[in-house]
Design a protein around this ligand. Structure first.
Ligand SMILES: C[S@@+](CC[C@H](N)C(=O)[O-])C[C@H]1O[C@@H](n2cnc3c(N)ncnc32)[C@H](O)[C@@H]1O
Length: 297
């Protein structure tokens, strides 16, 4: 089951009040949205955007009152809000990354602990829009391109070794499943290397997921749209799960604050308290940043 991360902090910084409207750009199983909907009774609405058709269908099927669930990418945020005649918008939430359902039940190869096909697309139904799969990256991209994404998106120290072993292995047989890839990664570390607490495949899997879904570009694309959509005084809250995402959010907020468009309301990124970090492993790496719109462009 997916437990929403930093839920108290999301509510604190979004500050939802009766009859206001909010956008949840990463609806998932509506963990955050359900709590927001409680606070904006009786007439406030949430526009929930979810790229994954399967997840969106499940949540729409719950018939949650005052939730408008849309199966689309948040990169189309302004267009979606216009199409749904949704507004004024008092706050926007982005809870980036992956849900427990993606890891445990999607069957799409997000987890190195399950033997599944290497797909890793969030939106594997809308294949015309996002046809790139992790399998294609692994079996068709050049060694240099693979090494580059592992180094950049995974900050994997052994990116070059892993990329070389991927190319050597696929020459004999295509790498089609997560367990096949895990074996290649395992062989890419020096024998003497002492593994830390994280699984040795963590960084490679993270890098592949980011590349498959174009996640960093998506984030860069949605932030200015979110700012344009907010009503004056409206709040933008972003939860990120690795330093690359966090840096994009931090730099965007700082730049907009300099231009007097946004006021940053979290001096430092907000992280989970010890109890939440103990009970929900996803929360350990979560960082929340929030800002308030000063002027509406
Ligand atoms: C961390 S989960 C959100 C969980 C949700 N906040 C909850 O508490 O139930 C992130 C969700 O964002 C979705 N997602 C990823 N990229 C997206 C995009 N570009 N547009 C819309 N949804 C996206 C994923 O499919 C996933 O369901």
């Amino acid at each position: 089951m997916h437990i929403p991360v930093l839920i108290n902090e999301v509510i604190q910084y979004l500050d939802p009040k009766n009859n206001q409207n909010f956008v949840d750009c990463t609806l998932g199983f509506a963990g955050h949205s359900k709590v927001i909907l409680e606070r904006i009774k009786p007439n406030g609405k949430v526009l929930g955007i979810e790229w994954d058709g399967e997840v969106c269908q499940k949540i729409a099927g719950e018939g949650i009152e005052r939730l408008i669930a849309v199966n689309d990418s948040y990169t189309n945020l302004k267009e979606i809000a216009k199409r749904e005649s949704f507004g004024p918008v008092s706050g926007i939430l982005l809870d980036l990354g992956i849900s427990s359902w993606d890891l445990e039940q999607s069957g799409r190869g997000f987890s190195f602990q399950e033997d599944e096909p290497l797909d890793m697309r969030f939106n594997n139904q809308l294949s015309i829009i996002n046809s790139l799969t992790a399998q294609e990256i692994i079996n068709e991209w050049s060694e240099e391109e693979i090494a580059k994404i592992l180094a950049e998106y995974g900050q994997e120290r052994f990116a070059r070794n892993i990329a070389k072993n991927i190319v050597d292995t696929r020459y004999r047989q295509p790498i089609e499943t997560t367990f096949q890839l895990v074996e290649v990664i395992r062989k890419s570390f020096p024998r003497s290397y002492k593994f830390g607490r994280a699984h040795f495949a963590t960084k490679t899997f993270q890098a592949l997921r980011i590349a498959t879904n174009n996640e960093l570009a998506n984030l860069q694309n949605v932030l200015p749209q979110a700012m344009e959509l907010l009503a004056p005084g409206g709040r933008l809250v972003v939860i990120s799960f690795h330093s690359l995402e966090d840096r994009i959010v931090k730099n965007f907020f700082r730049e907009q604050q300099k231009q007097n468009n946004l006021q940053i309301i979290t001096k430092k990124p907000v992280v989970a308290g010890s109890a939440e970090a103990r009970d929900n492993s996803r929360a350990c790496s979560a960082k929340l940043r929030a800002a308030k719109l000063i002027i509406n462009n």
